[in-house]
Design a protein around this ligand. Sequence first.
Ligand code: SF4
Length: 688
Amino acid sequence: MPCTVARYAGYCAGVRKAMETAVAAAREAGKKGIQCFSLGELIHNPEAVKALRNEGVIPIHQVEDAPKGSMVLLRSHGVAPQVEEQCRARGLIIRDCTCAFVRALHKIVHDCGEKGMPVILVGERDHPEVRGTAGWCQGPCHIINAAEEIESLPPMEEALAVSQTTFSPSQWEVIVARLRERIPRLQVQCTICPATHQRQAEAIALAKKSDAMIVVGGRSSANTRKLFEACRSICPNTILVERAEEIPPHFINIHASHIGIAAGASTPDWSFKEVVTRMNDMEHIDQEINQEPAAVEEPKEEAQPQQEAADGQALTMEDIEATVVRIRPGQTVTGKVVLINDDEVGVDIGYKSDGLIKRADMVEKDVKLGDEIEVEVVKVNDGEGNVLLSQRNIVNRKAWEALMAKFENQEYIDAVGKEAVKGGLLATVEGGVRAFVPASQLAQRYVEKIDQFVGQKMKLKIIDVDQQKKRIVASRRQVIEEESAAKKAAAWEKLEEGAVVTGIVRRFAEFGAFVDLGGVDGLIHITDLAWSRVGHPSDVLKINQEVQVKILSLDRERERIQLGYKQLQPKPWDNIEEKYPVGSILERKVVRIRPFGAFIELEPGVDGLVHISQCALTRIAKVEDVLTVGQPVRVKVLAVDPEAKRISLSIREALADEAMTEEPMEIPGEAPVEEAPAEEAPEAPAEE
Ligand code: SF4
């Protein structure tokens, strides 16, 4: 059975302020050792009056009842200035609880009277507010309470019409219309406080959709009575109660389909709360908050009645929300720690009974008595009358909500591998939630040993969620793929042909070496590794070696990058004449033998030719007669042609030079050596 609580119910801003001022004043009086009186009952509610009495506020009916030097409270209805004067004359300490709306009304009539303009005050003649207001008017003040009374007014050319703050707006409209007909220059200031009207309007709306209504408030309060009568005129099953125990036990059974609860502006929070809690207990209702009505205007200190009070709505809502305890499983409430033992923590959540949290359900381990903590209601009644609470549920819920937000935004989550199970890995993700990572989602390639991920930190992406069972399926593979795609895209952005970049040698193939350029791999073809002939890339580079390479070409479509390593190395033929000056003698090895001579490697990429005629001191028939491949020989540089990339060498001249430096040696029977005609030297090996 739904039970709807009126959103605007209970103390208005003016009454609340008056109550707070009264309590503070009573305590102040207590400290000073004097008595505290209220001039009339502070509000029309016996419960509130009783509570104030307990605080030391004693209602009196006239100023003379207060002993001299004592403290006196002027209630929210306000008083005439003459009454204030009386209090001062008696030496009373005044604490003014006059509502700001009423005080504004006083000012209006006072200013009007000063101008000599008559005031027509619309309201109940005997109401303390009306009597007090009339006292502030220095000129003529006519009080009327109904349109019929207009006829009794004296003839007037001009006047100002104002109203009691709690007057009925509809009646006010009628009276103003009639006054306009009668008084040519009528000025109108609507001084009706919206709080009462607003509470009435909402209670009436609630009564229209309810089978039964409970109006909470003092029977002595005119406002509450009006509220009750208004509701009863629409919903005959309306009852007026001051306390929860006045609700007849059979009330729910009789009116079991929909019940509304409303309260007047003078109804204390606790009375209202009691009734709501009682209803809660009676049928474990799932209470609804009535639809939010139009913003209400409440008074501000010193505000004009027409001014809007920004705190009006907040005050009423907060009051009700803060004091009416409506608990249900799953609800989060704040409470005060009132008990701590080894097994559980007791929390006062403002409900009729305290809540208990098992130690296992506590998240904050070092709570102290008096700490305010947030808890979730697990059970309203654990069978022994206790409310079961949990802190862990809140943490779990928040963690789940955070994960769902990440799922929605496709964000990654941090995880740690926990257990290898059939078909995948169980991981603990943020907030202690478990996630399942299928084996196919663990890596880009097939994973044989899933337990290698146990204990490993990883990033995951949620790919599926079962909200009911609170289960998550996640993928590590997608994270890797997305990260590498992003890295690749960023790397491609930076690449341009001709640029020199740094990379790491990752792997070799027969045809070259692959270099990681930070997300993308490029290939150094074997012919681009060195200026000389290379048998295998490992002859030049090592795996994981950091190298500088030149981007020779980029094929963005096919994602191919051609790199050059040798292009950044000095060319062997640069400065060749300086490195190998004519006449210098070198010791090098024979690398190739041809019919016309032998090639000697001076350095990688640079070979010189020893013509057959220069291979020995004597004439030879074949080069192989005196030389073999790999044999070290001393050679003399005869000529260097950088353009043609040719170097002519001579073993014979090297030997002759050496002989010149030694003792002359006669070679018996040897005819003088004739210079063999130089053959055309074949082209030296190609530079590249
Ligand atoms: S004037 Fe309005 S706000 Fe002031 S006490 Fe009366 S009902 Fe409350």
